[in-house]
Design a protein around this ligand. Structure first.
Ligand code: ADP
Ligand code: MG
Length: 658
């Protein structure tokens, strides 16, 4: 489980806790309750049962007695002697007319003050095969108790801890594992969260300072002509947000320090044009630029859009993906090296060692959330260091963006392009699906296009989810006979996928059946309808992204969610989607529903970015920690003050990597 040292173990926190601190009198037991009982062992019997052995223990307190049974654990017999005091925890069953606990958790009372498994707020740890709750808990109790003085050094100055009203580090770790009260657990969690944010922010701020002071960038000044020509060339007027983003980017690119800018804009807000502006400015200033894109479909689409646009500027652009043939690739690499090629668009293939530029001055990363936070990007090394523009459709609250990305500046596209109509979203029951299909058919006949999204490519025996291939056949044979349909999914070759997407854009395909491969970036303004089957299977942000494929033109769009979620969370997701199209709100809800791990991607080691902290729910602590980190790094305290020396050493010994 990635636990290699005592320190790892100390930070291996429980997944949740169970309150087993209240005892239930035997006379109050009711079937179905999950309770703790404390009593004396009255008798112990073992007998064979079918091919098992059963150990039956009778436990009594002042109010009555009850049975507890364990299966196939004959060795327990030696531990359970009549007369000993025992605590059991579990669900009360009703079996053969009497109350009984089946394999409850148990603990023999050794000391009157300290218990581990029962009779307390009990930690429940994540497990793996062959590792048992009971053994892990025993080990942790031993380690936490034994190590607190020596290993869990306090690395924050005493006065600081007092001023911030923090629990000591050792006490916090102890309380996280074996809380004395829920109130104490809350305080402990606050300390751990504070530490996680503090160390994160210190590391981030130091890195940024290094970036600012140590690296220079190429000054890219030729933006004016680019901007005015773009305005002439584009078939639409820029939104006020796009105009502002142009200005902000132009300002940064002219400076001799590397730009580090986040471009936030909901799906369909028009980020591509802004990216194109930056790329063109680099080329017009006599240097090269790269556009990094998460998927092949999107890379090809961007390549096509940019090729069209760049013609007016005599700027050359090529596409590099893992499917690019050797000859073409070699030619491209040579042109990059000689400086003949201005802009390179591509997928992860750009990050390959042998892709080297003559003068790379700008790297744009599109749909950055698909790559994970701070994925190391080889292209961004070197001196002078390329400017960086990172685009994301997952809007993050502003304070949070500032905090997590350091002083990465942000440009937000808050205005949608003119004439966009809101997408109407409906959650459809099975009964009504026929009507929806008829309605879609009518609109297809009127010249509009539709997406049908499925969670699987093919039917499997293990799952009753709908599959793209099967439903494609079924629709084509039934309701949609006579409609031109296309099918696209992850198992097609890149060329096949590209062909289908092209035909869809050209209107030759009227209804496109797809898996979530269409999730990011795909742009066909004439597609106005989307059906998402088994919608309960997708995450909130993912659904929002998929829905963003429609509502991109001047016509009104509709999204139909087919699905029967069984959990409250699943229902909540679909309900939120029918209520709002605000990506900002959806991202926040998503964070709350999902927790930070999935959302923020992973550190390089594969650990979550934060073990305990939640960047939205713990925003207050985050801001506090950030303030302290700024005092330490920018105020120089960390380097100069003796008080902070322990923390400085700690960070050197255990550096964060992400
Ligand atoms: P995203 O922010 O999701 O990447 P795109 O850049 O793909 O959005 O833009 C979505 C669609 O809106 C494209 O068809 C694009 O040509 C169009 N578009 C972009 N900016 C404007 C604008 N200012 N006015 C009208 N349409 C625009
Ligand atoms: Mg985009």
């Amino acid at each position: 489980m990635g636990i290699r040292s005592v320190r790892d173990l100390l930070y291996f926190f429980p997944r949740r806790y169970e309150d087993r601190s209240q005892f239930c009198a035997v006379s109050d037991l009711r079937p179905g309750d999950t309770v703790t009982v404390r009593g004396e062992i009255i008798s112990v019997k073992s007998r064979p049962f079918k091919r098992m052995s059963i150990l039956e223990v009778t436990i009594g307190d002042e109010t009555g007695w009850v049975h507890a049974v364990w299966f196939n654990q004959p060795y327990l017999k030696d531990q359970f002697a009549a007369g000993r005091e025992i605590i059991i925890y579990g669900k009360v069953d009703f079996y053969q007319k009497r109350l009984q606990f089946n394999s409850p958790e148990y603990e023999l009372v050794v000391s009157q003050t300290e218990t581990v498994h029962t009779s307390r707020i009990t930690p429940i740890y994540p497990l793996t095969e062959g590792l048992f709750q009971r053994s892990l808990r025993t080990v942790l109790k031993d380690v936490v108790g034994r190590q607190s003085e020596t290993v869990i050094r306090e690395y924050l100055p005493e006065q600081f801890v007092e001023r911030k009203k923090l629990m000591s580090r050792a006490a916090a770790i102890h309380e996280m594992h074996f809380p004395t009260t829920f109130e104490k657990l809350g305080e402990a969690r606050r300390r751990i969260v504070f530490d996680e944010f503090l160390l994160f922010e210190i590391t981030l701020l130091k890195k940024l300072e290094e970036l600012r002071t140590r690296y220079r960038a190429v000054e890219l000044k030729e933006w004016k002509a680019v901007a005015s020509k773009l305005r002439e060339t584009l078939p639409f007027e820029l939104t006020p947000s796009q105009t502002r983003a142009f200005e902000e980017i132009a300002e940064d690119l002219q400076k001799p320090a590397p730009m580090n800018r986040l471009l936030m804009g909901d799906v369909g807000s028009g980020k591509t044009v802004v990216e194109a502006f930056a790329l063109l400015t680099a080329a017009a200033s006599g240097h090269q630029a790269a556009l990094l894109v998460p998927t092949e479909i999107l890379a090809r689409q961007h390549y096509r859009t940019l090729s069209g646009l760049f013609k007016h500027f005599s700027v050359s652009v090529k596409l590099l993906t893992s499917n690019t043939g050797d000859d073409a690739r070699n030619r491209m690499l040579a042109e990059l090296k000689s400086g003949k090629l201005d802009v390179l668009v591509g997928t992860h293939a750009l990050l390959n060692e042998d892709v080297t530029f003559k003068s790379l001055a700008l790297v744009v990363v599109d749909e950055q959330h698909k790559f994970g936070v701070y994925q190391r990007c080889r292209l961004l090394e070197g001196d002078p260091r390329p400017h960086q523009l990172v685009a994301t459709a997952t809007p993050i609250p502003r304070t949070l963006a500032l905090t997590l990305y350091g002083d990465l500046s942000t440009s937000s596209l808050t205005h949608l392009p003119k004439g966009r109509k809101p997408i109407k979203t409906y959650w459809i029951t099975r009964k009504k699906q026929g009507e929806v299909l008829d309605h879609i058919l009518e609109k297809i006949h009127a010249g509009e296009q539709a997406y049908f999204i499925f969670p699987l490519i093919e039917d499997t025996e293990q799952s009753d989810l709908f599959a793209a291939k099967t439903e494609y056949d079924r629709l084509q044979r039934t309701v949609f006979s006579g409609v031109h349909m296309g099918l696209v999914h992850g198992r097609l070759s890149a060329d096949e996928r590209d062909q289908v997407m092209r035909a869809f854009r050209a209107g030759e395909i009227q209804a496109l059946v797809a898996t979530s491969v269409v999730e990011v970036g795909v742009d066909n303004p004439n597609a106005t309808m989307m059906v998402i089957e088994n919608a309960e299977r997708f995450g909130l942000s993912q659904l929002h992204q998929m829905r963003g494929r429609i509502g991109r033109g001047a016509k009104a769009s509709e999204c139909f969610l087919f699905g029967e979620p069984t959990t409250d969370e699943g229902k909540m997701r679909l309900r939120i989607l029918t209520k709002t199209q605000d990506g900002f709100l959806i991202a926040e809800e998503d964070l709350k529903l999902r927790g930070p791990g999935d959302f923020w991607g992973a550190r390089q080691s594969g650990d979550p970015l934060f073990l305990v902290a939640h960047p939205v729910l713990d925003e207050g602590i985050l801001l506090e920690a950030r303030e302290s980190a700024m005092e330490l790094v920018q105020g120089g305290l960390l380097e100069t003050s003796d008080e902070w020396n322990t923390l400085k050493k700690y960070l050197e010994e255990f550096p964060l990597r992400y």
